[in-house]
Design a binder for this molecule. Structure first.
Ligand code: G3H
Length: 489
């Protein structure tokens, strides 16, 4: 068991003697599928939140602190020192990733390695950015020396599905651009920050990174209320993002860097290659059991190929291997959120009461959080599963005869992240791609939705995102262009 007893504030790993909360994994070694206790974390509140805020504010010191004024070369050295120390913790962090959130072994290693690569790529891009912004420009007799500067204090909150990769996709660019940060790990995937605390502490000047533990509301809300946060960086749900944003007394001054919900559809045209489509839809709907904002969360299949698609897709779903994260070839693993089986059951009951059927034999069966995916059809718009993001292994399937139907649904949707389009005829696909690109931010042709490679812009329309993340874009999201101008006289 790991009992996290310190937190990082003002460059110090301070002892915590207050209340703690248990960290529990839904991975079980008992016949009854009882959860496993992994350890505990501090249950922090307003006092520690203010300590972290004061530390970050002092380190930024109105833009005059050591960190925001540090030479680019030196800031890079700190970041390189951090990533090297982080790499030494690979095995420890990956093991915790598996236990805490149930991500399978291959994907857990991938998450770690992808994060390390993300940091190295960010360093390279930062060097490039710095070189570019050092250039002079001249227009109409006015010279400008344009640079990129930090924004101030960043409050950073990451999600449980990528507690390392997505959290660091916010934190790392925020730090390297010269901001100071307060970071609270996600509820699940929190203990894996423990092995990295020392790396943060020893790599950056005091106050640049402050790490708190506890419930989001207990620590993040008081910080926002002070009005001293310049950037709210959050990947998670819009409810939490809105609630925090509202706490800020001058929210118009707050920069938002948000990755939020999505309801990415797949559209399967009658001439689609069905083998490829089924495989991509399996990956798109069920990687990490559907707990990805980029997951395919609704499938529109043309009536002409509906039956064949449903048959092949359902068989493939039932053939997937269930297991614990370290079991060889396990594609489906237990979901980490304690209330999830009940929630999934509610959605299935609601859909069934409104006329949907579970098409795969094993669909919806569960032992605690070991939940089999359910392929649902026909799904209608009045069903909760159509509306709610669900972040789990339910796959709603709708059929269509007129392409306007999925397009209208997408236009009406509150979300606009990505779409997957399956088909062959280039004269049909080409205009459709143009239309889809105005509804979402990424059109995946004959492939499932995904965020990576991490150099591509990751964003969304409507309630799906604010600002853009990716190696390249995040440096811009966490900075502002300023310039010195002078005349040719
Ligand atoms: O939860 C949303 C993640 O950004 C998904 O990332 O497409 O790499 O799995 P991914």
């Amino acid at each position: 068991e790991i009992h996290q007893k310190t937190y990082l504030v003002n460059g110090e790993l301070k002892e915590w003697n207050g209340n703690t909360s248990q960290v529990v994994s839904t991975i079980s070694s008992t016949k009854e599928y009882a959860p496993t206790v992994l350890g505990s974390i501090p249950d922090m509140g307003e006092a520690e939140a203010m300590e972290a805020l004061d530390s970050a504010t002092a380190a930024y010191n109105k833009g005059q602190g050591v960190w925001p004024t540090m030479k680019v070369k030196d800031r890079i050295e700190c970041m390189e020192a951090f990533v090297k120390r982080m790499e030494e913790k690979r095995e420890e962090v990956v093991k915790l990733l598996m236990w805490e959130i149930g991500k399978n072994e291959a994907d857990s290693y991938k998450e770690f390695d992808r994060t390390v690569e993300y940091i190295y790529d960010t360093i390279e891009d930062y060097k490039q950015l710095d070189r570019n912004s050092a250039k002079f420009q001249k227009h109409d007799g006015v010279y400008a020396h344009i640079r990129r500067g930090p924004l101030g204090v960043v409050l950073c909150l990451g999600p449980y599905n990528y507690p390392l990769n997505e959290t660091f996709a916010l934190l790392i660019p925020a730090i390297i651009m010269g901001n100071t940060t307060i970071f609270k790990p996600a509820k699940h995937g929190v203990l894996l920050i423990t092995p990295l605390l020392e790396a943060f502490q020893s790599s950056f000047p005091k106050g640049v990174v402050n790490i708190l533990f506890g419930r989001g509301r207990a620590v993040a809300a008081p910080i926002m209320k002070t009005g001293k946060v310049d950037v709210l960086a959050l990947i998670g749900n819009s409810k939490s993002a809105n609630a925090l944003q509202e706490q800020h007394p001058k929210s118009n001054r707050l920069r938002l860097v948000l990755g939020l919900e999505a309801k990415n559809p797949a559209i399967i045209l009658p001439d689609a290659d069905l083998d490829l489509t089924v495989n991509e839809c399996i990956a798109g709907t069920l990687s990490f059991n559907g707990q990805r904002c980029t997951a395919l969360k609704v499938i529109y299949v043309h009536e002409d190929v509906k039956d064949e698609f449903l048959k092949r897709f359902s068989e493939k779903v039932d053939a997937l291997k269930f297991g614990n994260p370290w079991d060889e070839g396990a594609k489906l693993t237990p979901l980490p959120e304690p209330g999830k089986p009940e929630y999934i059951q509610e959605l299935l009951d609601d859909a069934k009461a409104k006329g949907a059927k579970i098409k795969n034999k094993k669909g919806g069966k569960h032992k605690n959080n070991y939940i089999w995916p359910a392929v649902l059809h026909p799904v209608t718009k009045d069903m909760r599963v159509y509306e709610e993001e669900q972040f789990g292994p339910i796959i709603p399937v709708l059929s269509f005869t007129d392409i306007e139907q999925p397009l209208d649904d997408m236009a009406e949707s509150n979300y606009g992240q990505q779409v997957s389009l399956f088909g062959k005829d280039v004269y049909t696909l080409s205009p459709l791609i143009d239309t889809l690109a105005n509804l979402v931010c990424r059109v995946n042709l004959n492939s499932s939705c995904q965020r990576g490679p991490d150099v591509y812009p990751f964003t969304g329309r409507k309630d799906s995102a604010q600002s853009t993340l990716s190696v390249h874009d995040a440096l811009r999201s966490f900075s502002i262009r300023t310039f010195v101008a002078f005349k040719d006289n």
